[in-house]
Design a protein around this ligand. Structure first.
Ligand code: FEO
Length: 404
């Protein structure tokens, strides 16, 4: 890739990672990008770094524009290794640079790298820096999504360099939202936003909401959002802001996702009449089989819909391991405003469904009880029970959704 103009003197100089499929456990089936940006001004400024495997690619992009030795300011908005990993290589090429980061960013960088001899200046919320023609406004965004995080607003370009916020894990030839929509579709763009938010940002909904409101109160005009992953929002930055506000408020479609796994197919057989029951209640349904689908897909679909039904066989008096992994992971994401129920089959001893409900209660989800457990395979009367279970659950989801 070549460097690409974002606006006037601001360039994308990042790298595309077509091949990454495991992003610290999150399945990135479409790869990702590591975006960093170069501002050409009296004091040339580089915003963010890239993954260490892509340092040469980004440096090559920079060299196509300037000699890296001329870079004066190096803004590190976020120190997670997908952004700071190449820092050491970069610093060798940027001998005259001052690094700007938050206090926590500085501490983190000192733990991760030998920063001896590097000029590091810490910045606080609301501080500004002039680069000549342009003014940078630093806004701390702690826990979005690490304690060190901040974003930088380039005032005269009305551009927010937003690090992880408003990002997507999607490697493509498209650097901008409008290009992505014409090459792929709006649906794929929205799906990628859900995927990223659900798997990375779900626990921080209230922080996201208050930070966006704080930025809006500052009265700063945002024409472009340039995140550190995925597309740059130039056509419709409000779209992603509004989607974030909706997701941060727990907004979801009225529907049910069934997330299940199966041992000898009895739990799987229960899914079919349950789905019919949900649909007959006029509620949409989606089905995700664990071990056939990435965990991150299950999390995304969970977050899109109001209700979740978890299907688990019992093994060794416990939930099936893949189902336990899903619920364990989900509880760390601190979901809210979702309705949950469980079903499954057992042989000589039940227990998996009961355990699933323990997880739901700990997460503070709205539960629909009792769950449904079937001994061994399904008989006709069991299919009827499954159907009614699906109908009852869908009715409760629908009521809960309407009353929000
Ligand atoms: Fe893209 Fe928090 O790293």
């Amino acid at each position: 890739m070549e460097p690409i103009i974002v606006k006037e003197d601001l360039y994308w100089v990042g790298a595309i990672d077509w091949g990454v499929r495991d992003f610290h456990g999150y399945v990135t089936k479409n790869g990702t990008t590591y975006n960093n940006y170069l501002l050409l001004d009296k004091d040339i400024t580089l915003f963010d770094c890239v993954h260490k495997d892509f340092s040469l690619m980004s440096l090559e992009n920079i060299r196509k524009l300037i000699d890296p030795k001329l870079i004066k300011n190096f803004v590190i908005n976020h120190i997670e290794p997908d952004h700071s990993g190449a820092l050491y290589t970069f610093l060798k090429e940027l001998p005259n640079v001052t690094v700007f980061t938050t206090e926590k960013g500085k501490k983190g960088l000192e733990r991760m790298f030998n920063m001896e001899g590097v000029n590091v200046k810490t910045v606080k919320n609301g501080e500004t820096l002039s680069t000549g023609k342009y003014t940078l406004l630093f806004l701390e965004t702690p826990m979005l999504h690490w304690p060190d995080s901040m974003v930088t607003y380039v005032r005269e370009l009305k551009t927010l360099i937003s690090q992880d916020a408003f990002g997507l894990h999607f490697a493509s030839t498209c650097r901008f939202d409008d290009e992505f929509i014409s090459t792929y579709s709006s649906f794929e763009l929205e799906d990628a936003i859900y995927d990223y938010y659900a798997n990375i940002l779900m626990p921080f909904g209230s922080l996201i909401k208050s930070k966006i409101e704080e930025i809006v109160k500052l009265g700063i005009e945002i024409e472009i959002i340039a995140p550190d992953h995925g597309v740059i929002w130039r056509k419709d930055p409000k779209k992603v802001i509004n989607m974030y506000l909706d997701m941060a408020s727990g907004k979801a479609e009225c529907g049910v996702v069934i997330v299940y796994d199966t041992m000898w197919h009895a739990t799987e057989q229960m899914v079919y009449p349950i789905v019919k029951g949900i649909l007959d209640e006029g509620v949409k349904a989606k089905v995700i089989k664990l071990r056939s689908s990435p965990l991150s897909d299950a999390v995304k679909e969970f977050w899109k819909l109001r209700g979740v039904l978890v299907g688990t066989p019992t093994i060794n008096n416990s939930m099936f391991p893949s189902v336990a992994e899903f619920l364990y992971h989900l509880s760390g994401l601190k979901p809210r405003l979702r309705v949950a129920g469980a079903f499954g089959s057992f042989g000589w001893s039940a227990g998996g469904v009961k355990q699933a409900y323990e997880f739901f209660r700990k997460m503070g989800l709205e539960v629909v009880e009792p769950g449904l457990e079937i001994n061994y395979g399904l008989k006709d009367e069991d299919r009827e029970k499954c159907y009614e279970f699906g109908r009852t659950f869908a009715k409760r989801v629908s009521e809960f959704h309407k009353n929000l």
